[in-house]
Design a protein around this ligand. Sequence first.
Ligand code: KG4
Ligand code: ZN
Length: 341
Amino acid sequence: MATYILGIESSCDETAASVVQDGRRVLSNVVASSVDEQALYGGVVPEIASRRHAESISAVTHKALADAGVSLAEITAVAPTFAPGLIGALLVGINFAKGLAYAAEKPLVPVHHLRGHVASLLISHADLAPPFLCLVVSGGHSHLVQVHTPTAIEVIGHTVDDAAGEAFDKVARTLGLGYPGGPAVSKAAQQGDATLYNLPTPSAPGEYNMSFSGLKTAVMNLVNTATMKGEPLDVPSLAASFEQTVCTVLTDRLFAAAEHVKADTVCICGGVSANRVLRAQTQRLAKERGLRAAFPDLAYCGDNAAMIAAQGFYELQVGNTAGYDLNGYPTWPMEEDYSAP
Ligand code: KG4
Ligand code: ZN
C-alpha cells in the first residue's frame, strides 16, 4: 500500500505544504512566501514571518491536499519541521500539524529542516541513494555531512561563524543589491570580472570547517575605503570575486573530504545550492575526479515542504514519531533524532 506523507514547513519565511508518495514522488508542492514583504526590511522579521504563517497555513495545506488528490483520511502521517528555525514561525506549523494529526488520528513525524534539505536530493534524483557526501548550505547553516542513510547523518565540518547564505545576504546589503542576497549577488556577478578584486580565502580551524565572516568583512572594508576616498566601485566585479571565493571555500572542503572518505558521490543542497557558479565548479571538479555530483532541482533548493514530507517518510520508517507534546527548537543537532524532552 502506498504511503502518503503530508509535510508542513514553516521554519523561516516560507509557509509550505506538500504530499509525497513513498518518499520519492511529489504529488503536490505549495509554497507561500513572505519574502517580498521581508525584503522591505532587508531581512526576515520573525514576527512578520509568524503572522504570515498563521494567515496562510490552512489555505496552503488545503491546496496541497487538493493538488495531490489525497484526502486527510488517506494521509499516512503528518510531518512538520520541528527544528531548527525561528521559534514563533516553527510553532505555527507544528501546532497546525498537531491539530491535523489529532483530528485524523495519524502519527506525527517531526522533521529536522536540514535533514529535509538532504532529502530534496532524493526527490530530485530517482537513482540517488546514500551513502554520499553532502554540503548543506542555507541561510542559517553550512554543514558538511556524510549521509550514511537518510536518518544516519554524520556532521564532519561546519562553518565556525556565518553561514554561506548569510554571507551572501550581508554582502548583498553592503553592495546595495537587495534581499535575498544570493540570487542578487549572483545576477550582478554575471556582468563582473572575478579577478579584478583580490579577496582573502578564509580558512578555519578543523579540517573541514569553513569561515565566511572574514570574507564578508573584507568586502565591507573595500566598500568603506572606496567610499571614503571617493573612488568608484565595480559592484559586479566585487560580487563576482565574492561569489567565486565562497565557491572555492565550499568546493575545497567538499573535495578534500571526498578524497578522505573515498566518496563516489558528492551533493550540495540548501538555498545556496541554486548558485550557478557553485554548481558548475562542483560539476567540473567532480568530473575531473570521476565522481558523481548531484544537486536538487531548482524548485527544491529553497525552503519547501516536499523535502520535509520526503524526509518524514524515512523518519517514519525508523519509528521517529512524536507525541502531542512536540515542541519547536531554534537549534537541534542534525545527527540527533527527535526525542521528547
Ligand atoms: O535553504 P534556504 O532557502 O533557507 C534556509 O534554510 O536558510 O536558504 C536561503 C539562503 C539565503 O541566504 C539566500 O541568499 C541563499 O540561500 N541563496 C543563494 C542563491 N539562492 C538562494 N545563495 C547563492 N546563490 C544563489 N543563487
Ligand atoms: Zn532551508
